[in-house]
Design a protein around this ligand. Structure first.
Ligand code: UD1
Length: 415
């Protein structure tokens, strides 16, 4: 298990390029199964989660050639339709392969993903959607077996706008007979990216980005090349890194429209933001002010930035309130922040953050991807040295995190 050693106190300055989106890349990688042909992806973030997804695709019979952020995937020889339990356990989001496998081969077997570090994360909405499409689901010995003679388009009303369920249902219905309508669909930009990728491949999908998505089934799909959208959560992370250190940085290759609620919260906290085409600049030289935030499905404030904002608000003037409405167990990192001198009280969904003048370096452990990144940010602002252990969590989702921070002047080393 590696660690980051951070000597805090440097204000971040300079420019940083935002990588391709992890949460767009994962379903798009899964979607390559559908065309049984070649897919060329650009701007693929080189992170542990995408490497793992490529490994699973290879295990199923695909070929993948990767060079930096470009990958060519050939899915013409897929011959296995089962995702091994060990890999399913390592990466919960591999459940997204089920929609493509069932959509293309009418069969998929995977194990129940179980809980994870941020909550119980059931997949009932994915399975209910599959059943509506005529897919039979059998559960035995922790395995889920999906089979269908035919997949026939249907109207599916989601009880909650789940991102994964929306994506899985789209993937299962691209090659179905007739029309599938998903009501109360998740509206995240990553779903628009998946729609754009699939349509470029020959699918007929419309409505992504709204709460109703219509998939008109097609018979065949073709070779495709596609550029993955920028990572809005990485962008928010760097904005927070500038805010907590009182810095001044410019993010390049970012879509500012995807982070509207994040930008308005940072402005409310006393940061100056300048938006230009494909770039966002933040000047956080004034003392931060406290905020009240609640996480919501898109276009609300993203749960994936909850920990980053809590970390930033530990040094704001006054008392802040965070309400986490999406995942029930997403405050595990807070005891680690408290070790660094933060004053935070958690009660159910709410965290009350009393701003302190300084954080102090300490030995802390990452508990999950975004919680781990929040500890790195705290370390950047703290007096003294912070060791962040268990950084495997962070490497799952941030490309060259330490190197990008070093370029902005941070004193951070990977050991
Ligand atoms: C995706 C993102 C994750 C982000 C989340 C919410 C990926 C790879 N991950 O996760 O980074 O934090 O969206 O924006 O894109 N739920 C159910 N039943 C289901 C499915 C979900 O009850 O069948 C619940 C979950 O437990 C959770 C909530 O719905 O409380 C949101 O989950 P969902 O939108 O599905 O998130 P993911 O797709 O897992």
């Amino acid at each position: 298990m590696g660690k980051y050693i951070i000597k805090g106190g440097k204000k971040l300055e300079g420019e940083v390029r935002i990588s391709g989106s992890k949460n767009a890349a994962l379903p798009i990688l899964a979607a390559t199964i559908l065309n049984s042909s070649k897919s060329t992806l650009y701007n693929l973030p080189d992170i542990h989660d995408t490497q793992m997804m490529l490994e699973i695709l290879k295990l199923l019979g695909a070929k993948a050639e990767k060079k930096k952020n470009k990958v060519i995937i050939d899915t013409s020889k897929i011959s296995k339709y089962e995702i091994p339990e060990s890999l399913m356990r390592q990466m919960r989001s591999s459940v997204i392969l089920a929609g493509s496998l069932i959509g293309k081969y009418k069969t998929a077997t995977f194990s129940y993903p179980g809980g994870c570090d941020i909550g119980s994360r059931p997949i009932d909405l994915h399975l209910k959607g599959f059943e509506k499409l005529g897919i039979a689901i059998q559960k035995e010995y922790g395995n889920i077996n999906c089979v269908a003679d035919k997949i026939i388009g249907e109207k599916i009303d989601l009880d909650f706008p789940s991102v994964g369920a929306t994506e899985n249902i789209i993937l299962a219905s691209v090659l179905a007979e007739g029309q599938t309508i998903i009501n109360n669909a998740a509206r995240e930009p990553e779903i628009i990216d998946l729609q754009n990728f699939l349509n470029k491949m020959g699918a007929k999908i419309k409505g992504a980005g709204s709460n109703q998505i219509i998939v008109q089934g097609v018979k065949t799909l073709k070779e495709v090349s596609y550029n993955i959208m920028p990572d809005r959560i990485e962008a928010g992370t760097f904005l927070c890194a500038a805010a907590i250190t009182g810095g001044n940085i410019k993010l390049n290759e970012v879509n500012s429209e995807h982070i509207t609620p994040v930008i308005s919260k940072l402005e409310e906290a006393n940061c100056k933001i300048k938006i230009e085409k494909n770039s966002v600049e933040i000047n956080a030289q004034k003392k931060l002010k406290s905020l009240e935030i609640k996480t919501m499905p898109y276009p609300g404030f993203p749960t994936d930035l909850q920990s980053l904002f809590v970390s930033t608000l530990t040094v704001a003037k006054g008392t802040s309130l965070m309400v986490e409405n999406i995942f029930e167990n997403r405050y595990k990192y807070i005891p680690e922040l408290v070790r660094m001198g933060a004053k935070i009280m958690v009660e159910g969904k709410s965290a009350v953050i009393k701003g302190v003048r300084k954080l102090y370096g300490a030995n802390v452990k990452a508990t999950d991807l975004r919680g781990g990144a929040a500890l790195v940010l705290a370390g950047l602002a703290a007096k003294g040295v912070t060791n962040v252990e268990n950084i495997e969590y962070i490497l799952r989702g941030y490309e060259n995190f330490d190197i990008k921070l070093q370029k902005l002047g941070a004193n951070i080393l990977l050991e």
